[in-house]
Design a protein around this ligand. Structure first.
Ligand SMILES: Cc1ncc(COP(=O)(O)O)c(C=O)c1O
Length: 328
């Protein structure tokens, strides 16, 4: 496997902590629970996108780019972290956000402004085309823009999560622990695709289980095939073979609730339990939903009592400040 020669720009504080969640596990009375703290990746309130951005920003710099463009929702963690990473790398940053500008920016959007990103608003369907027109406008001014896809989920960013599973395996072995499952929030798919590919490459014996935040399994954009494609392209990039098929990407789509970025009782309960029992914050959009799913699966007896589950905390805590009304 060739990852040492890939362009990379240092952003993340690794290794992120691997901690036990004794009190939550005791409260639920189920399997052992660990948490992998990628909310502590170090830059700008942390999160999973930093591991991807190390490779994406590295690639942008190696191609002589002077600005990055990406897209997401108004409270996108990926956009906030891309803006912060661009500042670190000395690049301009253009964000294409879906929706309309609120009167008073808060949460991630407030941070986008603090990092000096230029924001363009459009509908969700127009994001791709809008990124291209922003890029074209920059090119006509003599700039060299670099477009990062939504969520950073391509074969470049995903390498970060192939390597992350080796970090986890090393930490487990140092602590003389083993883990039967990794549970992770899944949306644009790169994080889960990377972890699943990494598990295959490094021989991790547990299962990677995605909790879908917004994607459904059936229909035109059937989701595991997307992950299978990302994993295959990533394997090609790092010079390894990928024997993974759609069925190898375990995705639970039972926790979509009222829809993307609409938290409900499950997310609220998960956030309150994790805060009050473990002193750990989750975000209402991604990690609150994924933890809500994990808690429900424990209560349903999906995991055996003698198993151990790692919750991979992918960050998103700044979302909390845009959802304060949910917690009053
Ligand atoms: C906090 C958080 N967790 C999980 C995810 C999902 O990661 P991926 O898009 O790689 O599936 C995201 C994506 O934006 C996120 O912001």
């Amino acid at each position: 496997m060739k990852t040492d020669n890939l362009p990379r720009f240092h952003l993340a504080e690794m290794n992120t902590p691997l901690e036990k969640m004794h009190k939550l596990a005791a409260d639920l009375g189920g399997p052992g629970l660990l948490i992998k703290r990628d909310d502590l990746t170090g830059l700008a309130m942390g999160g999973n996108k930093i591991r991807k951005l190390e490779f994406l920003i590295g690639d942008a710099l190696s191609r002589g780019a002077d600005a990055v463009i990406t897209a997401g929702g108004a409270q996108s963690n990926h956009c906030r972290l891309t803006a912060a990473a661009a500042v670190r790398a000395g690049l301009g940053c253009e964000l294409v956000l879906s929706g309309s500008p609120p009167d008073l920016p808060n949460g991630n959007l407030l941070l986008d402004h603090l990092f000096g990103a230029c924001v363009t608003w459009c509908s969700r369907d127009e994001r791709e085309a809008q990124m291209e027109s922003v890029a074209e406008a920059l090119r006509t001014k003599g700039k060299k823009p670099y477009v990062i896809p939504v969520g950073g989920s391509n074969e470049i960013g995903t390498v970060g999560y192939v390597l992350a599973i080796e970090e986890l395996m090393h930490q487990l072995s140092e602590k003389r622990l083993s883990a039967d499952y990794v549970v992770v929030a899944s949306s644009s798919g790169g994080t889960q695709a990377g972890l699943t590919l990494g598990a295959d490459v490094y021989g991790y014996s547990g299962k990677i289980l995605g909790i879908s935040i917004d994607q459904v399994k059936t229909g035109e954009s059937a989701f595991p095939p997307v992950m299978a494609r990302i994993a295959k392209a990533t394997a090609d990039r790092i010079g390894t073979t990928c024997e993974l098929h759609e069925k190898d990407f375990l995705l639970n789509c039972d926790y979509l609730g009222a829809g993307y970025a609409i938290p409900g009782d499950r997310e609220r309960e998960a956030i309150e339990m994790t805060s009050r029992l473990e002193g750990i914050l989750l975000g209402p959009v991604y990690t609150g939903r994924a933890m809500g799913g994990l808690i429900d699966l424990v209560r349903k007896g999906f995991f055996k009592p003698d198993e151990t589950v790692v919750f991979w905390h992918t960050g998103g805590t700044p979302e909390l400040f845009a959802y304060n009304h949910e917690f009053l």
